[in-house]
Design a protein around this ligand. Structure first.
Ligand SMILES: Nc1ncnc2c1ncn2[C@@H]1O[C@H](COP(=O)(O)OP(=O)(O)OP(=O)(O)O)[C@@H](O)[C@H]1O
Ligand SMILES: [Mg+2]
Length: 252
């Protein structure tokens, strides 16, 4: 199994708050990895360190090394390049509200200088098919805006927008927590489909969801990665007492 993301000695701060401490982790390529842990333990901060979003906060600081498919993203790459290689989806769907469905998906390509109508059409269709939204929107691509879709559709639109620039990694921060059960199931199916082609890292508070979609799971607590193992092992026979307490609902 290849390593998609290799993290060593990763530390992150907001001002003096040392929010991530000495994280070491190899995230397998072309698999889904779930991150769990109580609120405030550093899951979102960790994701934001994987696409250099953390440093956009003026009080934030990061040290350590993150290799994505063997490229050191802090030493050998620009934030702009990294954000093309690493897509991100957030808890609240954030489509460009006034842009059409088509333009939402094509926006990243246009920013990267693609102009060919034929190429844009192809990528928009492929991305919307990949995010399982195509059939629902194919007749309204240029008629409807991003904001006119339901929450679940908006989230799949955001996934399509992220996929359109052909990323290597997809980071998902509680992507289904604002959605109804049917939309949630669609997102989970999608993660299942996508993980053969992309390295997926998903933060979730829903342990059943982690168990359904992710081969491996990491448990964070107070800025530290307490345990990382196969999802099955984490949920049935964790090594660390703190992991066990968390998954059995004794705290968090
Ligand atoms: N923008 C910010 N400014 C200052 N401190 C922050 C900021 N964002 C997060 N923190 C702090 O960093 C720590 C980790 O927060 P983070 O958002 O990464 O947690 P989380 O595990 O994603 O929590 P949740 O499950 O609630 O989303 C917390 O102590 C939090 O207060
Ligand atoms: Mg968070």
């Amino acid at each position: 199994m290849g390593v998609g993301i290799k993290i060593s000695d990763l530390n992150a701060w907001y001002g003096t708050n040392h929010s991530l401490q000495e994280i070491q982790l190899d995230i397998p390529a072309n698999h889904a990895t779930a991150l769990i842990g109580p609120s405030g333990c550093g899951k979102s901060t960790f994701l934001r360190c994987l696409n250099r979003m953390h440093e956009t906060n003026p009080i934030a600081r990061v040290t350590g090394k993150v290799l994505i498919n063997e490229v050191d993203i802090y030493a050998e790459s620009s934030p702009v390049e990294i954000r093309r290689r690493v897509g991100m989806v957030f808890q609240r769907p954030n489509p460009f509200p006034t842009m059409s469905i088509y333009d939402n998906v094509a926006s990243g390509l246009k920013l990267n200088g693609f102009r060919s109508r034929r190429v844009l059409d192809e990528v928009v269709e492929r991305s919307l098919r990949q995010s399982a939204l195509w059939d629902e929107v194919k007749d309204d691509l240029k008629k409807k805006s991003g904001a006119s879709l339901s929450g679940g559709q908006q989230q799949r639109l955001c996934i399509a927008r992220a996929l359109a620039v052909d990323p290597e990694v997809m980071l998902m921060d509680e992507p289904a927590s604002a959605l109804d059960p049917i939309s949630t199931a669609k997102i989970e199916d999608l993660i299942f489909e996508l993980k053969s082609q992309y390295t997926i890292v998903i933060v979730t508070h829903n342990m059943q969801q982690a168990a359904r979609v992710a081969e491996n799971t990491g448990f964070f607590l107070m800025g530290k990665l307490v345990e990382f193992d196969s999802t099955h092992k984490i949920f049935t026979n964790p090594r660390d007492k703190r992991t066990e307490d968390y998954i059995t609902g004794r705290f968090g």
